[in-house]
Design a protein. Structure first.
Lengths: 780, 132
């Protein structure tokens, strides 16, 4: 091998030394000083001027390598085929349990191959399968998974950039995370992914690099006996403002912003796609000594609490007092998320075909939700359906699969809390991944039977939605559509608009057929742009249908953060509890007041002329008095921009921050009559409850609602004038009629031949009803 | 449910024959990366042009400056380019090595003066070699 040129060798070493400094794990000060002396300069940034010294190039190389050798954990040699062989270097392999340590890697690359150096991982993230849609299992997967989890205690990452320049020798940084304490044998393996000379269509450069190591009986990994300093169990004393115990979402980061426990080392109930974990009062988290920032929140009814904690030999617990700013339940409004999942999407599919009710209730409690509808769908369907009972449940938040938990070192004992009874789950069905899913994903809430008659496989279900919806309604279930806005965007934020969408997606497509036939009750949204979601709802309401709209999350498919990102609040006489909790909540949705949104603003007691009923008949056209109690909370200033960003940007979709007027703390509250804003006022989002009132003139039978667009929307109040039905928009009726045509055009090809005639007949009936209502409309 | 769509957007790999690709995201942050196109071998004492493709998703106008830490034996011609705001723009810099050698050069690209890059992504290091 030719010797590397001095300047690029030193440049590589300098970058590595800087990177360790950036990672908060610098080389010892005397070594840095020595490096400085070597360069005759005081700053590492000018180390390259070593060339100005009187030493020969060979002497300079030798001195540099001698100086750095004690800190090299892994010596990598890349052969002519680009295969990386690792050997243990001189650095003592000392790690810390539940913490990161960084080391130098020396890469010998005599063939000067340009490649990307990547650490292969045996972490839990590599064990669990979050990509396959396997739906049937033959053997309980803990048989093979437990040993793999037990062995997956070490995570390794090459600090960016990992690309090799092609120099004969260069230095990189590797960071290692240990789940365990004590002395443990382990290996570090690196591969060189060559993206420039990659000719495989079936394997990625990284996959091909790993694949090549399978052909020879050769040791590619460096072996160590790691000495891992133990971490401490820190008890989290989480308290409501009133002192009650509860579950909350806890995010722990160190000074470098790394989260604990490592996301790559998580097993349910801790999710690898979360930064936070859900912990109850008195439960544990393991932390090595150090300083941490702890963030705590329990859904949008709380302000995030931030505190700094020093963990040392005497630290046993941390007190965290939550900061609740609103309690809708004290007004009789109870939250629910009608669309969350326990398997598929970001959830892993194995082990063990998603997660259990004991994990899901932990997540629902941690977001302060009264109800979570856990919908079984195609991935994991045959496994998850075992949890359906036809009743609401509120199980203890126990650890699932004890053998796996033990292998992962989850030794803490779950704790009950004072708030546990305030959250419940109801297992039901989302018809997603079924033959009819092209027509939109149907949600069935409150089923008594989850198997469609005469079927044993999901492939046997109907290929369009109407029969499924009717079967659900026969069970007195509340039935409707998920993620309503997908495929319904038409490139405008105007509401209402009269552009017929493509219906190419999986939004509330067939609802335009099902509502006039009395087969669909609701659509769910509060996830995407309001115009895409609300337009179809407004049109249905404006021709006289009583369709409901709910806020949902589709956790963890649309939003990973947790249940209740989108949520629905229903006014009930008493809290929803016990086996019939969902039935009580559904009854409230049908008969009482409700609103939906992101939970950052709330509308209580919407009334027309003092009447809080959903139906408010009036004798003759004229003014009505609209009143409500409204509250919203924004921080006084917009959140600071994240590091490296010029401004803060709220998440896309529904989020009150998107309503902030300029740099103020105000948002706009609007009164909507037949889809059109007829009154508005600014509202200071300081968390106080504010009485609002508007005088609105009602000229004909109408529907009326309050909204803070992108944050909260009430169900409508229906105002029938002189006993006449609502026929408020001829153009809405035409839009719905034309939408049925567009839907048939793009979706009918997916309907089985044997069901085509029935479907066409239903489409025709729906269109005939729209024509009839169009003729009855009193306004354009 | 829906499946998460693959990430798309401003700063994916750039299709180009230029060895360096600069992308400017919608928030005007500068990212620079090697494209995969070869740099080639330089001849000692001769200027060598390195093409740079700029993909501008931020509609950023004004100067795009290139800075470098000094390296003995390396001369760099780093012109300030005027960004037009067009989506794709060609740029270039020149490098000359005094003698047959291998050097490591670190380049930093800056637009809009004070605005930095995405973490350290506005900086790239190049291994340049010159042979007779």
């Amino acid at each position: 091998m030719s010797d590397p040129a001095v300047q690029p060798l030193f440049a590589s070493a300098i970058r590595a030394v800087r990177k360790r400094q950036d990672l908060g794990d610098p080389l010892p000060a005397d070594v840095v000083t020595h490096l400085s002396k070597l360069t005759h300069l005081s700053k590492l940034t000018h180390l390259s001027k070593l060339e100005g010294s009187s030493l020969s190039e060979a002497e300079r190389r030798s001195q540099l390598e001698t100086l750095l050798r004690p800190f090299v954990l892994v010596d990598v040699s890349i052969d002519e085929q680009g295969i990386a062989v690792c050997a243990a270097g001189s650095a003592p392999p000392r790690l810390v349990q539940h913490g990161w340590r960084s080391f130098l890697v020396r890469v010998a690359n005599p063939h000067r191959i340009d490649a990307n150096l990547v650490a292969t991982n045996s972490g839990v993230y590599g064990v669990i399968d979050h990509q396959s849609h396997s739906a049937r299992i033959a053997l309980h997967d803990t048989l093979t998974v437990v040993p793999r989890i037990k062995d997956a205690w070490l995570e390794a990452a090459i600090a960016a950039p990992g690309d090799l320049s092609g120099l004969e020798v260069e230095y990189k940084i590797i960071s290692l995370y240990s789940r365990e304490g004590g002395v443990r044998p382990g290996g570090v393996s690196l591969v060189a992914a060559d993206e420039h000379n990659h000719h495989s269509l079936s394997r990625s450069p990284l996959g091909a690099a790993g694949f090549r190591t399978n052909f020879e009986l050769r040791e590619y990994a460096a072996s160590f006996d790691f000495d891992c300093a133990p971490a401490r169990e820190i008890q989290l004393d989480i308290r409501e403002p009133d002192g009650w115990s509860c579950m909350a979402a806890i995010t722990v980061r160190d000074a470098q912003g790394r989260s604990y426990p490592s996301k790559a080392m998580r097993l349910a109930p801790d999710m690898f796609f979360h930064e936070h974990v859900y912990r109850a009062t008195g439960e544990m988290i393991r932390l090595p000594q150090g300083r941490y920032q702890i963030a705590a929140i329990r859904g949008p009814e709380y302000r995030q609490v931030l505190l700094e904690a020093d963990v040392d030999a005497g630290t046993e617990s941390v007190l965290i007092t939550l900061d609740r700013w609103v309690d809708p339940a004290s007004h009789g409004y109870y939250s629910g998320d009608p669309h969350i999942h326990a398997g598929g999407c970001s959830h892993y599919n194995v082990p063990s075909e998603g997660v259990t009710p004991e994990t899901m209730i932990r997540h629902v409690r941690g977001e302060g939700l009264w109800l979570g509808s856990v919908l079984t769908w195609a991935p994991c369907y045959y496994h998850q359906k075992q949890f359906f009972s036809g009743e609401s449940i509120s199980p203890p938040a126990e650890l699932e699969y004890p053998a796996m938990q033990a292998a992962q070192g989850m030794t803490w004992s779950p704790r009950a809390t004072d708030r546990d009874a305030e959250s419940a789950l109801r297992y039901d069905v989302e018809v997603s991944g079924f033959p009819s899913s092209h027509s939109g994903h149907v949600i069935l809430l409150g089923l008594t039977d989850q198997d469609y008659p005469g079927t044993s496989l999901i492939e046997d279900w109907p290929s369009w939605n109407l029969p499924v919806l009717r079967w659900g309604k026969e069970q007195n279930a509340l039935v409707g559509y998920a993620h309503c806005g997908i495929g319904l965007s038409v490139g405008t934020e105007e509401l209402p608009n009269y552009i017929v969408p493509s219906f190419q997606g999986i939004g509330s497509n067939e609802i335009v057929v099902d509502v006039p036939l009395g087969a669909a009750d609701f659509q769910c949204g509060a996830e995407f742009a309001p115009a895409a979601e609300l337009n179809i709802w407004y049109h249905l309401l404006s021709v006289g249908y009583r369709t409901l709209m709910l806020g949902e999350t589709d956790y963890p498919c649309i939003y990973d953060e947790g249940p209740g990102v989108g949520r629905t609040y229903v006014r009930l006489a008493e809290p929803p509890a016990g086996p019939q909790a969902i039935e009580a909540w559904i009854t409230g949705l049908r008969e009482s007041a409700s609103y939906f949104g992101d939970g950052r603003s709330h509308v209580f007691d919407l009334a027309v002329d003092g009447d809080v009923s959903r139906e408010h008949p009036v004798d003759a056209p004229g003014p009505v008095r609209v009143s409500a109690t409204v509250t919203a909370w924004l921080p006084e200033q917009p959140p600071p921009p994240p590091a490296g960003r010029p401004v803060y940007s709220a998440p896309v979709g529904w989020h009150l921050e998107r309503d902030r007027i300029g740099a103020s703390r105000a948002v706009v509250l609007e009164v909507v009559l037949n889809g059109v804003v007829v009154a508005s006022q600014e509202l200071v989002a300081d968390g106080t409850e504010q009485e609002v009132a508007f005088d609105v003139t009602v000229e004909r039978s109408s529907w009326l609602a309050l909204r803070i667009l992108r944050s909260v929307h009430t169900q409508p109040v229906f105002l029938e004038v002189g006993g006449r039905p609502i026929r408020a928009s001829r153009r809405s009726a035409q839009w719905l009629h034309d939408s049925v045509d567009q839907l048939w055009k793009v979706k009918s090809g997916f309907i089985r031949d044997t069901e085509q005639d029935a479907a066409r007949q239903a489409y025709d009936e729906a269109q005939a009803m729209y024509v009839s209502r169009r003729e009855e409309c009193e306004a354009d | 449910m829906i499946h998460q769509a693959p990430a798309i957007g401003c700063c994916g790999p750039v299709e180009t024959d230029a060895p360096l690709a600069v992308t400017i995201n919608p928030e005007a942050r500068v990212n620079v990366a090697r494209s995969g196109a070869p740099i080639g071998t330089l001849k000692p004492g001769e200027w060598h042009t390195l093409a740079v493709t700029v993909v501008n998703d931020g509609f950023v106008t004004g100067p795009l400056a290139i800075e470098a830490e000094p390296v003995i034996g390396v001369q760099l011609d780093l012109p300030v380019h005027e960004l037009t705001g067009e989506h794709r723009q060609d740029a270039a810099l020149r490098v000359r090595l005094d003698a047959p050698t291998v050097v490591d050069v670190t380049l930093t690209f800056r637009a809009l003066g004070a605005l930095g890059g995405l973490a350290t992504h506005s900086t790239v290091n190049l291994l340049l070699s010159a042979r007779e």
